[in-house]
Design a protein around this ligand. Sequence first.
Ligand code: HXC
Length: 512
Amino acid sequence: MKDRNEELKSREALARLGGGQKQLDKQHERGKLTARERIDQLLDPGSFMEIEMFVTHQCTKFGMDKEKFYGDGVVVGSGKVSGRQVFVYSQDFTVMGGSLGKAHASKICHVMDLAIKVGAPIIGLIDSGGARIQEGLGQYGSIFFRNTMASGIVPQFCLILGPCAGGAVYSPALCDFIFMVDGLSKMHITGPNVIKAVTGEEISAEDLGGAKVHSQKSGVAHLVAKTEQECFEQVKKLLSFLPASSRETAPAAADSDDPMRLTEEIEKVIPDNPQRAYDMKKIIHSIADHNDFFEIQEDFAKNMIIGFIRLGGNSVGVIANQPLVSAGSLDIDASDKSARFIRFCDAFNIPILNLVDCPGYLPGKHQEFGGIIRHGAKTLYAYCEAVVPRVSVIVRKIYGGAMSGMAVSKLVGTDFTIALTTAEIAIMGPEGAANIIFKDEIAKAEDPKAMRVQMVNEYREKFANPYVAAEEGWIDAIIEPKDMRACLIGMFERLKGKVEVRPGKRHGSIPL
Ligand code: HXC
């Protein structure tokens, strides 16, 4: 018996060596943690239960029968993050570059199937040369299929901790959140060598698919960390805002901030002069429990802010215009960013808060040629589709078409619309409107310039406040900025039992 137990121990030790000590040392020389070290740092100590440790590939082509390693280049199982169960797979670059063959893919599919059945998040740690050249044909399809099945059922995270090349990029792309580590992660469909051969263009892997590219230009990445350790902390924090599955609601935090805390500082943030910009993030921090805001896609489409806060201990997804960037206008990237976030929140029972200060859609041929009509429609669709509790706050201005684009109306399914006393609500901005409706008066005046200023001011006095819109029934409540936090907590509390049933259908046809 003793010998048998010893055999198990020695085989386990061999499996833990992955591609061998030399390869493990090489992994460290590359500045990367090993697949198992990553799992140890991500999960609660001692909580990991590995499965399929002794799986090997069965390929005999290209001399592969002589290159077998326990685990086949991926460590899979389940464990806990802050006491909550997750399923994990971690690709082991020390075994054939973490490449994905049949057995490797089958292990990933097994934990994904379990996660879907159990109702727990899936976290993939990616460090791989992609499809295994000797036997990887078509295997990614089984993972893409499960990514799609899991979508809207359990949260899916992908951490890019090395290369992620070729068709392999599409599994992360089908997940809810992609994490990258600056300097370590590389994501691209065709690498620098292929690009050079096909187009003659020369570019480094970092400039092509590094963390900066995907967090600032492409919008592929949702969170960027300086180190792997920081990345794991981000994963833990994001998970804390989410339910384990769409069958649940997100766990409430035990240590709620004072729900009646006044937010007097907001009045100082919003300038009296409507032409002056301010930082909407200060308002988000101000209303949030413990002033804590977890921002997503911070460096992409900065005119639109998305992320999570807690109000009275409960998770809330925030969508907000940023007046500091392009005056907070709606454009192609901002539309994609908000639409996807709204749909994630709706799928996972997370209430939505819109903070609005928006002059409308960004004008220009670049926007029209790029399809702002198509992209803007995604946001409208996402709002109209969302059945979670929804509150919109008009912080300063909202003009015309952006009313639906920022869900400032019960007509698109918003439950409560609040205006701060600082709000301006009109069909158009005062300058544009005065030019049109007082065109004759301005043209005939002795001093057209002075007349224009007078007309703009008249228009602003009449319409650029919340009262005309309130009289017309657009606004549920007008509040002072200092009461914003208490009011929002009260409103979401009242919406807790919300149930909205929509007509049954296979799925809608969102204008992608
Ligand atoms: C088999 C692979 C491999 C692969 C790497 N290796 N990628 N083995 N299949 N796809 C092996 C290498 O042969 C090497 O083995 C070890 O992993 C480490 O690789 P290195 O090249 O030494 O490491 P590094 O210099 O860090 O470069 C890593 C890399 C590079 C950038 C990932 O290996 C690379 O470009 N690989 C190919 C990437 C690629 O084109 N993938 C697309 C495949 S097609 P030894 O024994 O020497 O240690 C695809 C289509 C999917 O993915 C379709 C889905 C729809």
